[in-house]
Design a protein around this ligand. Structure first.
Ligand code: FAD
Length: 371
């Protein structure tokens, strides 16, 4: 196969590649996505399919150097601020629900050891302009009556939200189909310079040609700048959710609980660097369910619906890599634990960059040059 004539080719059709493709196609650019998820032998499943879908800038920006930590928080907050309209527009456009839920989040503590880091987190988020408050165990139970009596306090992040990543992926693909932007099922072996343009080539020699190229190929692509993006394995599960048991996301020590449409509760997730397999260890799943049941006791007897694993695209400092490399390729990589949260912000920023416009938020802190 040889296909030419695209303005922009995006290598990788996870949430980041698809959201960017949608943004660029919406600007009238001729877009192709090349994705290995359904490439037959050697297929690479997207992390996006495995994600829980929390949109949680109040929790997810880790222990980075201060300037990068602030930049990452603000990038996540930008993502969250876009999500409401993004979800509504995507649903309207495709007629598909993505189960966006702006119900806030509770992170619970059973004792002082859990409470102190939550207090520090709430203070940090408030200082950065976000919404986060500490509340008592009783106040948390007033919001979520199924919470255990053992909960003594909680961080309440009223603006954090969630979405269903699998529904999101389906809707993004439907949007691209409507916009006439093809997704080629192909595992790329390399990307070659071709005059002013680029040739994206599979091991068998199939190729797609485009003027510009964006790498959005997740954790194990073989295409990312050497060693800077690597897999961080996460195992998760879903159990049957009793009607009305939980309304919002609950983050407990050792598990987070995300109630979804259709009577499903996603419980996540383990974290293991350097594993590329998608095997789910029975002990990992048992641990997640036990930690979930400590927070919400009826979950101890909830029936398991599914278990799975995914590979988060990690980076050495936990922040994404956005910008250009030395060979004129655009990079939208390494969203680690926050790709779903980041997607609308990454799409608008990378679309602006690729189209030669000023980015709505400063992405310079996420450039390749920081390594
Ligand atoms: C258990 C778990 C829970 C998570 N929970 C959350 C959460 O609650 N909130 C949140 O924001 N994030 C969460 N994440 C993280 C989130 O899933 C990732 O940050 C996000 O999916 C990354 O998106 P991506 O598009 O960069 O990569 P991916 O979704 O991995 O997509 C990359 C795509 O590139 C393709 N590809 C790779 N190599 C090639 C190649 N050589 N040629 C062609 N195509 C290629 C793959 O086939 C794949 O489809 C979670 C992740 C896991 C594993």
């Amino acid at each position: 196969m040889s296909v030419k004539g695209f303005d922009i080719a995006i290598a990788g059709g996870g949430v980041i590649g698809l959201a960017l493709a949608r943004a660029l196609a919406g600007e009238g650019a001729r877009i192709a996505v090349i994705d290995a998820a359904e490439a037959g032998e050697g297929a690479i499943p997207p992390a996006s399919h495995a994600a829980a879908g929390m949109l949680a800038p109040s929790f997810e920006y880790g222990e980075l150097p201060e300037a990068l930590s602030k930049a990452l928080y603000h990038f996540g907050a930008r993502g969250l601020s876009l999500w409401g309209e993004y979800a509504a527009a995507l649903e309207e456009e495709t007629g598909l629900s993505i189960d966006y839920r702006p119900h806030g989040m509770l992170a619970i503590a059973y004792g002082e050891n859990d409470k102190t880091p939550l207090e520090e987190q709430a203070a940090m988020v408030s200082a950065l302009g976000g919404a986060a408050e500490m509340i008592s165990g009783d106040a948390a139970r007033a919001m979520e009556p199924a919470l255990s009596d053992a909960v003594i306090a909680a961080l309440h992040a009223p603006k954090d939200a969630q979405v269903d990543p699998r529904r999101l992926m389906k809707a993004l693909k439907a949007s691209l189909a409507q916009k006439g932007a093809p997704i080629f099922a192909m595992r790329l072996a390399r990307i070659e310079k071709d005059g002013e343009g680029h040739r994206l080539v599979s091991a068998g020699g199939d190729h797609v040609e485009a003027d510009r190229v964006v790498l959005a190929a997740g954790a194990v692509s073989g295409l990312a700048p050497q060693g800077l993006v690597y897999p961080v394995k996460g195992e998760a599960m879903a159990v049957a959710l009793e009607d009305g048991l939980l309304t919002r996301v609950v983050r407990a020590p050792g598990a987070y609980l995300c109630p979804k449409a259709g009577g499903r509760l996603v419980i996540g997730a383990t974290e293991e660097i350097g594993r590329e397999d998608l095997k789910v260890e029975p002990a990992a799943v048992a641990g997640l369910q036990a930690n979930a049941a400590k927070a919400v006791p009826p979950l101890g007897r909830a029936a398991e619906l599914e278990r799975w694993a995914g590979l988060r695209p990690g980076t050495p400092d936990g922040a994404p890599i956005l910008g250009l490399d030395g060979e004129g390729r655009y990079l939208a990589l390494g969203h680690y634990r926050n790709g779903i949260l980041h997607a609308p912000a990454a799409a608008e920023a990378m679309a602006a960059l690729v189209l030669g416009r000023e980015t709505p938020v400063d992405i310079a802190p996420f450039g390749l040059g920081r390594f």
